[in-house]
Design a protein around this ligand. Structure first.
Ligand SMILES: Cc1cc2nc3c(=O)[nH]c(=O)nc-3n(C[C@H](O)[C@H](O)[C@H](O)COP(=O)(O)OP(=O)(O)OC[C@H]3O[C@@H](n4cnc5c(N)ncnc54)[C@H](O)[C@@H]3O)c2cc1C
Length: 401
């Protein structure tokens, strides 16, 4: 077993760590005070610097202007960039564009690649992914009500979606809609590219999430598709293969998110240790002298290390054997890392006392925004369920002594 990181990747990570430290973390107080849209100009400047350093779009194909890193390499990048909420965006590695880029690369026609993939990788436009519906359970995505019905050369889309992240300001959405209602459940839906200026693409609102509506990339929208007409050539991949493609999209995406969460854990952990060492709580005694705090530091250290190794192992398995072979590992890392994330951020916040509840550190932001980690990318309960069912199948009919 080789845990060695290549020299190339050590250099890349060092450069990214330094950029995050010097250029992005100092922007966080402004990020916490102002709407994201008002940050676009300064973030655009940082993006130009990243491009000059040739660190842009780390996981995307070189052919389209990315660095072409593989999944294992990108896992390390995601950890480094995850330490700040601005990291992935400034390096052109942000969700939901990252997933959309992947499926456009795998399934897009040449024309779709030219029109949507190229400017997306270049960071000239943004996109969103519109699957979850207000009235239907996202945890059981085959229950979709949104339809796309053929009419002449077009599809006509009708439905109500929400949690379409980053729709505000996006150039197009990839929409999941039922095209083949008579087919078996997993072959009923298709993915369609819908430009945001299409009549009938109605962004109703940015949903307030944990008290914040957000704006631009940093937001989640409700969208009403009302007789929204797109040409049939906007179909992405084969008709009825929406769920097959969604699986492709979610596999590497989980590595992306889980390693981003590990990055957040590392940042929260560093803040926790530093605060504990500096906070005097009685004459001659600091918080770090207290056993309960030392115990939290040890437990969180072990949790982060365990989650990190699990995610890297899942990335390795996915990289070497494919997404299907790594299904169990993907389920495990999803819920385990999300729980570790929540525990570490919570403990770090607690060590900061009243300060932790303010926006004078990044911890309260992480606490608010990353609660969602247990809900998106497959709710934790469904991952536990599917993992347990697979394990139990292996023991079916066996008497273990
Ligand atoms: C911040 C954020 C960003 C998101 N971004 C996007 C996006 O860009 N595009 C998009 O399409 N969607 C997005 N989503 C939506 C997300 O995918 C769904 O919220 C998720 O799939 C859960 O669906 P639901 O909200 O309908 O919950 P439901 O399906 O109603 O489930 C509710 C709860 O029931 C429990 N539960 C569900 N199934 C089971 C089960 N089988 N066994 C036991 N318990 C169960 C779980 O605790 C779950 O949290 C986002 C969500 C959030 C919070």
């Amino acid at each position: 077993m080789d845990f060695e990181v290549s020299e190339k990747m050590r250099t890349v990570i060092e450069l990214m760590d330094e950029f995050v430290e010097k250029e992005l973390i100092p922007l966080e107080p402004e990020f916490l005070r102002r709407p994201f849209r008002e940050m676009l100009s300064v973030l655009g400047e940082k993006r130009r610097m990243v491009k000059q350093m040739e660190l842009w779009a780390p996981q995307h194909p070189q052919k389209y202007g990315g660095m072409g890193l593989n999944l294992m390499e990108f896992a390390l990048v995601s950890e480094s960039l995850g330490r700040t909420p601005l990291g992935h965006y400034v390096f052109g590695a942000q969700a939901p564009d990252a997933g959309n880029i992947e499926i456009l690369h795998l399934y897009g026609t040449e024309k779709q690649k030219k029109e949507y993939l190229k400017p997306l990788v270049a960071g000239e436009i943004r996109s969103c992914f519109s699957m979850t519906e207000v009235e239907m359970p996202g945890s059981n995505p085959v229950m979709l009500e949104t339809t796309a019905v053929k009419d002449g050369d077009d599809y006509v889309i009708n439905g109500q979606k929400w949690y379409t992240s980053s729709a505000d300001g996006a150039a197009f959405a990839i929409v999941m809609a039922v095209t083949n209602p008579e087919a078996p459940p997993y072959l009923r839906a298709s993915m369609l590219i819908v430009p945001a200026d299409t009549p009938g693409f109605n962004r109703v609102r940015n949903i307030p999430v944990m008290g914040h509506e957000g704006s631009d990339w940093s937001s989640h929208a409700e969208i009403l598709y009302q007789s929204c007409r797109v040409p049939q050539k906007n179909l992405l991949g084969p008709e009825g293969h929406g769920f097959v493609i969604a699986q492709e999209r979610l596999g590497p995406g989980r590595i992306h998110h889980c390693m981003r969460w590990i990055g957040i854990c590392n940042r929260a952990y560093a803040l926790m240790c530093s605060r504990a060492l500096n906070r005097v709580i009685e004459p001659g005694k600091k918080l770090s002298d207290m056993q309960v705090i030392q115990s939290w530091i040890a437990e969180c250290g072990a949790d982060i290390q365990a989650a990190r190794l699990m995610v890297l192992h899942a990335a390795w398995k996915m990289h070497t054997l494919g997404t299907k072979e790594a299904r169990e590992e993907i389920s495990l890392i999803k819920f385990f890392s999300a729980e570790v994330l929540q525990k570490v951020v919570d403990r770090a916040l607690q060590v900061h006392g009243g300060l932790g509840m303010t926006d004078d550190t990044i911890l309260a932001f992480f606490f608010r925004h990353e609660r969602a980690a247990r809900i998106y990318d497959g709710v934790d309960e469904v991952h536990k369920l599917s993992f347990a069912r697979r394990v139990l199948r292996e023991y079916q009919g066996k008497r273990v002594k």
